[in-house]
Structure formats: C-alpha cells, structure tokens
Design a protein. Structure first.
Length: 252
C-alpha cells in the first residue's frame, strides 16, 4: 500500500489538519484539568462502527477491522496502534496522527497490550496516572494485561473525556453534519424512486446505498429497511432489507 498512488484517487470524507490540531489541544487541556499523564483511547468496528466514535474523533481515522488504540500523552505526540500495516498506512494518509503503527503480534495472536505498555514505558509513564477511554467497550483482556504489565501505573476511568469534547461542534464539523444530511436525503430519494410493485427490498436498499456513496458517504450504513405489516414487525427484521418483494410504492 505504500507509494502506490491509489490513495490519491480516493474520496475519503476526512477533515483538514487544522481540525485535528483543535481537537488535540482540547484533549490536552482536559488531561491537565484531570491531572492525567496520558490517555489511552480505544475504538473498534462493533455496533456498525459505532464503537469507533471516540477514537475516530481523536485520530481522524478508523480501522476497518478489530480494535485500534491511541496513546495520547499530556506531553509528547500521540501514537495510533491498529492491527495491520495496511491500516497504519491509511491512518498516516488521511488521519491526524503521523505516528501510526501496527501492534506487535505473535503466531496470529494479537498482542495490542504489549505495544501499549511499551509505549507507556517509552514515555516514562509506567508510574503515571493513565485514563482509559471509553471503559464501556475497552477489551477486558487488554485491560487485565495492562494491569499486569504496568503494575505501578494508576488507571482511571476517563470514559466521558472525549464524549464531552464531541458535544460542541466546530464550523467544519457542522459542515460535515450538513453533508451527511444531504447524503441521507439522496438515499431516501433513491429508495422512493426504486420502490415499485415487484421490487425486492434488497434492490431498494442497494439503490439507497449507491446514491449515498456517490454523494460522498462511506459504505456500509446502518440501514433498517423492510416491508409488510408493522403489527408483525416485518419491517424491522432485516438490515439492508431482505429478499421480500415490495407490495407497495413508497411515497414521501
């Protein structure tokens, strides 16, 4: 993936570097206010990528599989760890963090905790006060092993730190929110136009997905689509629709 040029042809919905600088400044202010030496932010692709929210806000990038972690010190530059070199390449290309690495692995077993602990030691923070964010989906296995690898560190629940910062949007974030609304509008219009007697739900869902991506959205939205009698919840049984033939035409 390195120096192939393929990334230059992509249309990733990424933010400008200034937005990353703004966010990182806010994070450091919070670290100082909470007397934290470092923050470890976790994200993964669970809940239809919903568990990437905090890590993506910090890094400007989300890996497409498995967890990713950001070691963000109060002093010094952050480091972004993901499970593969391909993810690290993409992170350097479109994200806010220059130092993107694949974590150490052994015999196909991921060892993220070793990379995280080594980085904490390199920063001289093995006796530091370290926030974990968010604890709600921070892997228990990694947390337990960090306790063993860094027995003198104090780990603090900092689940709300990034979430509080995300509440207030910058002008460029508001622009992206409006753009996402436009993508949703294009998706609805495509569903409306493709819904006809004899059309299958999956065809309507595919038209929606196609229209949103062409307009600039990422692939793989969480699209609940179905047809039939709501009494039997047949309209909420499938993600991206099923093979059921649509008996009616949608109207706005």
């Amino acid at each position: 993936m390195v120096n192939t040029g393929w990334l230059d042809e992509q249309t990733w919905p990424n933010f400008p570097p200034e937005e990353g600088e703004r966010r990182h400044k806010l994070i450091r202010e919070q670290l100082g206010f909470r007397d934290l030496d470092c923050l470890i932010v976790c994200g993964h692709s669970g809940n239809f990528r919903g568990c990437h929210h905090d890590s993506r806000w910090v890094a400007g990038f989300a890996s497409w599989i498995d967890e990713n972690y950001i070691v963000f010190p109060f002093e010094g530059k952050p480091v972004h760890f993901s499970h593969a070199e391909s993810n690290a390449d993409l992170g350097r290309e479109i994200g806010f963090i220059e130092d993107c690495r694949a974590w150490k692995s052994s015999h196909r077993h991921y060892r993220a905790e070793i990379s995280l602990a080594d980085q904490i030691k390199e920063l001289g923070l093995e006796r530091g006060r370290i926030g974990l964010c968010p604890m709600r989906y921070f892997p228990a296995e990694v947390y337990v092993k960090l306790l063993r690898l860094l027995p003198n560190a104090e780990f603090v629940d900092a689940s709300d730190l990034i979430r509080q910062l995300r509440i207030f949007h910058s002008p460029i974030e508001l622009e992206f929110i409006r753009k996402s609304g436009e993508c949703a509008d294009r998706g609805w219009e495509a569903m409306r136009d493709s819904a006809r007697p004899g059309a299958r739900e999956i065809e309507i869902a595919a038209a929606c997905d196609h229209a949103m991506q062409i307009h600039g959205a990422e692939s793989g939205p969480h699209l609940l689509l179905g047809s039939g009698n709501w009494k039997y919840k047949s309209a909420a049984l499938y993600l991206q629709g099923g093979a059921r033939v649509s008996p009616i035409v949608l109207s706005s």
